[in-house]
Design a protein around this ligand. Structure first.
Ligand SMILES: Nc1ncnc2c1ncn2[C@@H]1O[C@H](COP(=O)(O)OP(=O)(O)OP(=O)(O)O)[C@@H](O)[C@H]1O
Length: 816
């Protein structure tokens, strides 16, 4: 059997391949034609495939993409690999087996081309190496279309293939799910890998790491001709490192029409309401291809320091100890006794770094027998996040065999220490928690704690009293003399910036707050009202979280808790005022051991009032040695979601200095674009959400059998939709507020625009924080009378990176 014989046989099965594409499409249609959204989805994927042919990037994240794509591209893509693989497999015909890692496998053109070659071996009765194909792609829809439809159709026509081609399919990473790297004759095929990415340099680095790990004997690279630069660069580098490289002759075995595929497209157009246009053929545009073959065993080829982490498309890790920190994260986790600021967008690993740094301090202290001197406070503004951090730290301690006991109120005491070494506390309870055990006799907060409604009532009383004493009978001052404004002014400015005296307040800046004239009536009235409010609270023996904090600060300023902690860690610093930092400094032995992490874009409590400790005044001395670590990218947010919401983070950044702009990161878990859904009412939204979870179940966001472990989380509280969902699938949905969920992540977040966001000034921060909670799907539910501010946010999202769920959603979106 010669190479020519192989070509001849492949030429003879052209119609078989064409027929298999047709059969696959027929079968897919039978299974999916009644899907709630089938026709619209096909219409959209057809449009996107057309745009791909014009050079646009395709997201491959709609359910019908495999179906539509294959009806145009399958033939030509397979054709482009036929000669290339004939040549490579023919050269390897002595081998018993070959394992091909097909990166960006899509609907399996490489697998099909291998099948055609193997079929030639059978025809000539020559033993063909068993070809194990590991299809790796970020799109479950593309992989599934091959696995469930294309491949079975081809095997039904060429049954001999069953034993010679052994495929497997992996949504995700080049490495993490593929632990079987010990095959002896590994090949890598990478088609179009570097064609559509703004991140080619990183990709190239990861690609080289993969090569070191897999040690392939052959690397087959293709790209479109006009994007061949990166492929050539890599081939050149490989050529200098034990690989010979050979450009592939690009003439194709097949040409002309694909009658079966054309016929089925016509049938769909006439009978199903699909609207396919154009005539598919075998003719592929000119492709650049190169085969690199190893000349000797590869070992530490590129002299990279690590061969273990291949960061492409890593799935999210659930066990904290399995997370391998990247270089920047690692640096930020070193305990260098300097005030440390860790910034970066949602999901870049700030909490990961904090927990690692806590571990490093404790680990070092245990080794140097100084654990009894370590007293760390880790505080944050959210109960669930506190629990999350605690579990991460416990998991890390376990991984280092650090023995500890847990005190449910305070934190962890490690073996060998007489007291608790790691205090984990919600910042709101810190004043009470620290005060009570230390100064039992005083019991400062033996009062009732008021929350929103109670506080608004007291603020109104204060306003009434001031209006009366000042003889104000008009609405002239109502823009500031209203309960919400008074409370915010107290929390954010009078407490937040610690303006205890009227004359200071009248003449000082009120950073991040609406402008009020210095020494003006409004300021004077506000200060008096706040004083009155505090007095009323005191007389009624009541307090708020902030008045408690305020009293705590006053005691701290008297050195009461001085030096209680060796280290203070703050996660989510965007919720801190300047006064909060005064508390942290007051608690610290050494100001150099303040470590704070956060993201101003998520400042849902304070908006533009949020700030980090000043360095430009007398107190700034404490931050003199500060180090800022800037982390990049989001490991949590699927790449497409980061791309979609980037304009929103840029808009926040424009008004809020220091807010981090989200950077799409290739190491993020796979996922779809944000899905925009129009609904007539809550019931309708619930129905559509269920349909979406069905269509996207390959992203593993919601369990398909009860009890539904993976919940849908609706933000902000939308009880009607939640009830409607739970009536359909009991227990599948929960609803919450972002104030309780910030810092955490969920697999499926729904932003229901039906519910009001009360913090109108921080509305963008709010919505951004909601969007960035997902590690899987993000659904945006839109209704008829949508608020103007929400409309503005939705239309600001990158247009080619949102997915309109159905016809009514598309129309609604176009009319926004
Ligand atoms: N180096 C890493 N490798 C793999 N996964 C990582 C890495 N760093 C972070 N992650 C994952 O990214 C997700 C987000 O991490 P983390 O919660 O620490 O981010 P964050 O910056 O604190 O987010 P937020 O600003 O929303 O609070 C987590 O699921 C974490 O496991």
């Amino acid at each position: 059997m010669t190479l020519e014989n192989i070509y001849l046989h492949i030429a003879s099965i052209k119609n078989t391949l064409d027929n298999a594409i047709k059969i696959a499409a027929e079968n897919y249609y039978v299974v999916h034609k009644d899907d709630s959204n089938f026709l619209f989805d096909v219409k959209e994927t057809s449009r996107e495939c057309y745009l791909l042919s014009r050079g646009a990037d395709l997201c491959y994240d709609r359910p019908s993409i495999g179906f539509t794509y294959s009806l145009w591209y399958q033939g030509r893509r397979v054709n482009s690999f036929l000669k290339y693989l004939s040549q490579a497999i023919f050269e390897a015909k002595q081998e018993k087996s070959i394992t091909i890692y097909d990166l960006g496998a899509g609907t399996g053109a490489i697998q099909w081309a291998c099948a055609a070659v193997a079929s030639a071996f059978h025809k000539y009765d020559v033993e063909c190496p068993v070809i194990k194909i590991i299809n790796i792609d970020t799109s479950p829809f593309m992989l599934d279309y091959n696995r469930l439809y294309l491949w079975p159709a081809l095997v039904s026509l060429l049954p001999d293939l069953k034993n010679s081609i052994l495929p497997s399919y992996f949504v995700n990473s080049w490495s993490s799910d593929v632990d079987d790297f010990n095959n002896s004759n590994n090949w890598i095929t990478a088609s179009y890998l570097f064609d559509h990415t703004e991140n080619s340099e990183n990709l190239k680095k990861d690609f080289k790491k993969l090569i070191e790990k897999i040690k392939p004997t052959k690397i087959l690279l293709t790209s479109s001709f006009n994007k061949k630069g990166y492929t050539q660069d890599i081939a050149k580098e490989l050529a200098q490192n034990n690989y010979t490289s050979q450009e592939v002759n690009n003439d194709l075995i097949y040409s002309g029409g694909m009658p079966a595929t054309v016929a089925i497209r016509k049938w769909f157009n006439n009978n199903s309401g699909c609207n396919f246009s154009g005539t598919p053929s075998w003719n592929e545009n000119y492709i650049y291809g190169v085969i690199c073959s190893s000349t000797s065993p590869t070992f530490n080829l590129f002299a990279l320091d690590t061969t273990n982490e291949v960061n492409l498309y890593n799935p999210p890790l659930v066990v904290r100890r399995e997370i391998k920190l990247n270089q920047t994260q690692n640096k930020a986790a070193q305990n260098d006794n300097k005030p440390t600021i860790i910034v970066g967008p949602a999901g870049c690993g700030k909490s990961v770094v904090i927990t690692q740094r806590v571990l490093n301090i404790v680990d070092e202290a245990i080794k140097t027998n100084t654990i009894s001197k370590i007293n760390i406070l880790l505080t944050t503004f959210n109960k669930a996040l506190k629990a999350y951090l605690l579990n991460w730290i416990k998991d890390l301690f376990d991984s280092r065999n650090i023995t500890y006991t847990e005190n449910y109120k305070y934190g962890l005491k490690t073996q060998g220490s007489e007291f608790i070494n790691v205090f984990l506390m919600h910042f709101d309870v810190l004043p009470t928690r620290l005060w009570k055990p230390l100064f039992k006799e005083e019991q400062p907060f033996n009062d009732s704690l008021l929350f929103e409604t109670g506080l608004l009532k007291r603020a109104q009383e204060a306003i009434n009293s001031i209006k009366e004493s000042e003889n104000i009978s008009t609405a002239e001052f109502d823009n500031v003399l209203n309960p919400e404004y008074v409370l915010e002014e107290y929390n954010r400015v009078i407490y937040g910036q610690n303006y205890t005296k009227m004359d200071v307040y009248l003449t000082s800046t009120r950073s991040g707050r609406p402008v009020l004239a210095y020494n003006g009536d409004r300021r004077r009235l506000l200060f008096k009202t706040v004083q009155k409010f505090l007095l009323i609270m005191e007389n009624n023996n009541e307090s708020s979280i902030i008045t408690r904090r305020h009293k705590f600060l006053k005691e701290i300023n008297k050195n009461k808790f001085k030096g209680y902690f060796t280290h203070v860690f703050v996660d989510e610093f965007q919720d801190c005022t300047q006064s909060d930092y005064e508390i942290f400094y007051g608690l610290l032995k050494d100001p150099n051991n303040l470590i704070i992490a956060g993201d101003f874009a998520q400042a849902v409590h304070l908006g533009r009032v949020a700030s980090i400790p000043r360095v430009d005044d007398a107190k700034g001395e404490r931050m003199r040695n500060r180090v800022t670590h800037k982390l990049d990218g989001s490991y949590r947010l699927p790449y497409r979601i980061s791309e979609a919401i980037k304009p929103l983070s840029e808009a926040i950044n424009e008004v809020q200095e220091g807010a981090d702009i989200i950077t799409p990161y290739k190491g993020a878990p796979p996922g779809a674009r944000p899905i925009l859904v129009y609904a007539e009412n809550n019931q309708d939204l619930a129905k559509k959400i269920i349909n979406i979870t069905k269509a996207f179940n390959s992203f593993d966001v919601v369990d398909s059998i009860p009890p539904y472990k993976n919940l849908i989380t609706i933000l902000e509280k939308d009880i009607a939709t939640t009830n409607a969902l739970n009536n359909m699938k009991s227990g599948v949905c929960q609803t919450d507020t972002i104030l309780r969920l910030k810092g955490l992540e969920k697999k499926l977040i729904v932003w229901s625009t039906n519910t009001e966001i009360t913090h109108t000034e921080e509305i963008k921060n709010f919505v951004y924080t909601i969007f960035t909670r997902t590690s899987g799907l993000l659904i945006i539910g839109m209704f008829k009378d949508i608020k103007k501010e929400y409309k503005e946010i939705i239309t600001s999202l990158r247009k080619d990176r949102v997915m309109l769920w159905d016809e009514s959603s598309l129309q609604y979106y176009n009319d926004l």
